[in-house]
Design a protein around this ligand. Structure first.
Ligand SMILES: N[C@@H](CC(=O)c1ccccc1NC=O)C(=O)O
Ligand SMILES: [Zn+2]
Ligand SMILES: [Zn+2]
Length: 210
């Protein structure tokens, strides 16, 4: 029996909302068959933080590893999806369920993911929550929000807490259709030399029957 797959990635098209001031997503043709080329070939212009993406430690520490260097292990394996829609402003420690032997935690903060407009008031993750997850042995934290820090953050406290615990981050996931529970996560970053982040094709898959 095939194991159900949830695609938790954003669609990458011209309407994709991006961080204020960041690079807009652009996809244009280099060669076209209708102009006599034997093939269609196009080119992408996009921010490393486009859609569902993985931050590299380099994003928040100028001397830390780039996305081509990080181990792939955190981005592949069992995870817990937590419904944090009740959190207001920041996911607090009190919003967490009891965590038992889990390496990856993904937070759903949206009732409905804002596909067609930028949401500046997204729910961040409190640095204390990151610290608590690290104490529980969590290696990767994911969110449907565009960042784990608030949009106007200058201190990036949640990213700094991730750095201290050497955790990994996924942002921009789409979790609207995913019930709370345990899944297999697959969300591999591209090996971009010097990259501070990479878009990922993020999916969740039913765990194999025990
Ligand atoms: N997806 C990015 C968004 C970002 O770059 C950012 C996050 C919080 C505060 C400022 C940011 N970027 C530009 O100032 C992130 O990794 O958080
Ligand atoms: Zn990011
Ligand atoms: Zn980030």
């Amino acid at each position: 029996m095939a194991r159900k797959i949830w695609d938790i990635s954003q669609l990458l098209g011209p309407e994709l909302p991006v961080w204020p001031g960041d690079t807009a997503f652009e996809h244009k043709r280099t060669w076209q068959m209708e102009e006599g080329s034997p093939v269609n070939v196009s080119a992408l212009t996009l921010s490393t933080h486009t859609g569902a993406h993985a931050d590299a430690p380099l994003h928040y520490d100028a001397s830390a590893p780039d996305i081509a260097t990080v181990d792939l292990e955190p981005y592949l394996g069992e995870c817990l999806v937590v419904d944090a829609r009740g959190s207001n402003g920041e996911v607090q420690v009190g919003d967490l369920p009891h965590l038992r032997s889990i390496d990856r935690v993904l937070f759903r903060t949206y009732e409905k993911f804002p596909h067609d407009k930028w949401d500046e008031g997204f729910t961040a993750i409190a640095p204390e929550t990151i610290e608590w997850l690290a104490v529980q042995g969590v290696k990767l934290v994911g969110t449907d929000a565009p960042s784990i820090d608030p949009q106007n953050s200058k201190t990036m406290d949640a990213h700094k807490a991730v750095l201290k615990a050497d955790m990994r981050i996924l942002e921009g996931l789409v979790l609207d259709d995913v019930p709370e529970g345990r899944y297999e996560l697959i969300a591999l970053p591209l090996p971009i030399l010097g990259g501070d982040a990479s878009p990922v094709r993020a999916i969740l898959r039913e765990l194999p029957d025990a």
